[in-house]
Ligand binder design. Structure first.
Ligand SMILES: [Zn+2]
Length: 360
């Protein structure tokens, strides 16, 4: 009986494995965007393992075959990996989060390849592994002055550091894409709400052990809690790929700034928004902040970030994304919302994009 069960399991595994790699990937826009139906070739036909494999490209997973395929993986808090045209862009770097957190399935030390690391701000839960990954991969690391000050204390070579203020005129040119830093604002959740909620949650969950506190402290020390992070250290990044596909990345759920408004005034919208859910706990407030981003960035596709974050730096408390998706779609029924689990890729055919007059 045991042997039959094992045998059956092997057959099922083989079948599931081959079925998974035998399908072309599905761009999340393909069901509603007419451009995909005019040219079948755009369904990105190749049976690309890069769009199924849960191994990050930076940790040795397959890179997309086609130069027009963008593979996006969310890996906790505001970390993303973007793989495009043989390049790897990491957004934030908080990978080794400690034993209180669910595992991501890999460690910072496994990340051996990266070309550019964009750090949204210098709190530890956004940059604690930026220095080690930067040093190991040789990637260019980009951040606000307070972020790069911190990188310098962790021995990142000066030649890899790019300091930006986000106040305009700083477009960075890379092989295959450009990056425009935009001064944003860190989230400032209502203190009354956070105090009440954190006190309540803290009274219900086990407190960290001394060993866990020591572990947390070591991680926290690789970032900074300098108050300047809030107003002059939080950078949104507008990434424009060679063929015009635009991505906005914002790693903290604060109010939008005049710099963001000025940057977006020049554009009809972005193809993909990777934006943090605000830390306000209450759905009504997280929805309001997401609506503000949607109206400003006018994305085709919205992917949330920061929704598995911790309260007070300890046990994670996930923020619900469904009420946010509902509120966004009530305001804009054509919006596409996507949220996957850790490491699951979402692939886009970047030949279809707003800059070429496609989308809505
Ligand atoms: Zn922060």
């Amino acid at each position: 009986m045991m042997r039959i069960t094992v045998c059956l399991l092997a057959i099922i595994r083989a079948f599931v494995g081959s079925a998974a790699t035998a399908q072309p990937f599905v761009d999340p826009r393909s069901e509603t965007d007419a451009a995909f139906h005019m040219d079948k070739g755009l369904e990105t036909g190749s049976h690309d393992p890069a769009c199924y494999d849960t191994k990050l490209v930076s940790t040795g997973g397959p890179a997309p075959h086609s130069p027009s395929t963008l593979a996006v993986r969310w890996v906790g808090v505001s970390n993303f990996e973007l793989a495009y045209e043989g390049k790897i862009i990491l957004l934030d770097a908080y990978i080794d989060r400690g034993s209180n957190f669910p595992p991501l399935g890999f460690a910072a030390a496994d990340m051996k390849k990266a070309d550019v690391i964009l750090i949204g701000h210098a709190h530890f839960d956004h940059m604690s592994d930026a220095a080690s990954i930067g040093i190991r991969t040789g990637a260019i690391v980009v951040g606000a002055p307070i972020t790069t000050e911190k990188l310098r204390t962790q021995s990142v070579p000066e030649s890899q550091i790019r300091t930006v203020t986000g106040r305009g005129g700083e477009k960075l040119q890379f092989n295959g894409f450009t990056v425009e830093p935009i001064l944003a604002l860190h989230g400032e959740p209502d203190k009354h709400i956070t105090e009440v909620m954190e006190k309540a949650v803290n009274s219900l969950v086990p407190q960290p052990t001394p060993a866990q506190r020591a572990e947390e402290k070591a991680i926290e020390e690789r970032g900074t809690s300098d108050p300047r992070v809030i107003t002059e250290g939080t950078i949104a990044y507008l990434i424009t790929l060679d063929d015009g596909f635009r991505i906005i990345y914002r790693d903290s759920g604060g109010r939008i700034t005049d710099y963001e408004k000025a940057a977006m005034a020049k554009l009809p919208g972005v193809d993909l928004a990777l934006v943090a859910v605000s830390a306000d706990y209450l759905n009504r407030l997280t929805e309001q902040q997401a609506l503000e981003y949607m109206r400003l960035y006018r994305p085709e596709v919205y992917m949330p970030a920061h929704h598995d974050a911790a309260y007070s730096g300890h046990t994670p408390l996930w923020r619900a994304t469904e009420p946010i998706f509902q509120a966004l779609k009530d305001a804009n029924p054509r919006l596409i919302t996507v949220s996957r689990e850790y490491r699951e890729p979402v692939c886009f055919d970047t030949r279809i994009n707003i800059a070429r007059g496609q989308g809505h």
